[in-house]
Design a protein. Sequence first.
Length: 306
Amino acid sequence: MTEIVLGAMLFGTRIGERDSFALLDRFVELGGRWIDTANNYAFWEHPSGLGGHSEQVIGRWLAARPGMRERVLISTKCGAEPTDPARGLEAMEGLAAPTIRQAVTGSLRRLGVDHVDMYWAHVEDRSVPLAETAGVFGELLREGLTRRTGASNTPAWRVEQARALGSGWSALQLRHSYAQPRPGAALESWSHRQVFPETLDYVRSTPGLDLWAYSTLINGAYGRADRPLEEAYDHPGTARRLALLSEVAGELGVSQNQVVLSWLLGGDPEVWPIVGASTVERLDEVMAARDVKLDPAVRERLDAAN
């Protein structure tokens, strides 16, 4: 059964340590388990231009909460930390075997743990043979440094090749939400990879492969006039979906965000939505989506709006 995952991208930068601790505490209080971060979060928010701040905050929170490590599951990533702060994502560390080894060592140190529960290849790196990348991920599994491995922002066909090469990748993390951009339209975040129908078909037909989704609430665009959708979403299908989303939320007496998350959690395939929150009140809203049940007729209406 899928769960809502707490996205910790802005912990330690835009969200200060005190507020981050409050969000983490509340997430666990509400029954949350998975916390998702990365070794490059959030380099673009920090004067140094380097990441690791989110992992450090989570590590300090774990150290301040005896027994908490046994209650939560930690997901982190490698491959997109800048090697040159001035160039940002244009100078990503990549996925060579020595780089991955160095990255996981750094993440474990910042988190203050001896293993993580999910370790992701954050981005593609076609400058490195896929067999090399896959091989080291498999080694991390066998050595117990991570309980699971996965790939983010990677095409399904490359994931399947890496699985055949021993990566152990059991999850795929991509951008996904109820509103969809035009096929082929450029996203403002060029490093993002979008879920497409064939992605869903691949996950649906591959036992043991989970789909995690980021940008599930599209930066607050649902129901907030001050958070407009980017140009890639400017097409007739978006208008139809947003109108129906508002209609369904009104019928159920819940927020549009909650309908979107319920739609993801109960879809085919079911999705693990990663959701960020800057306040406890916002976190309470998104976690309450677990109690929103979409009956088959409502889900069919939502799915039919294209």
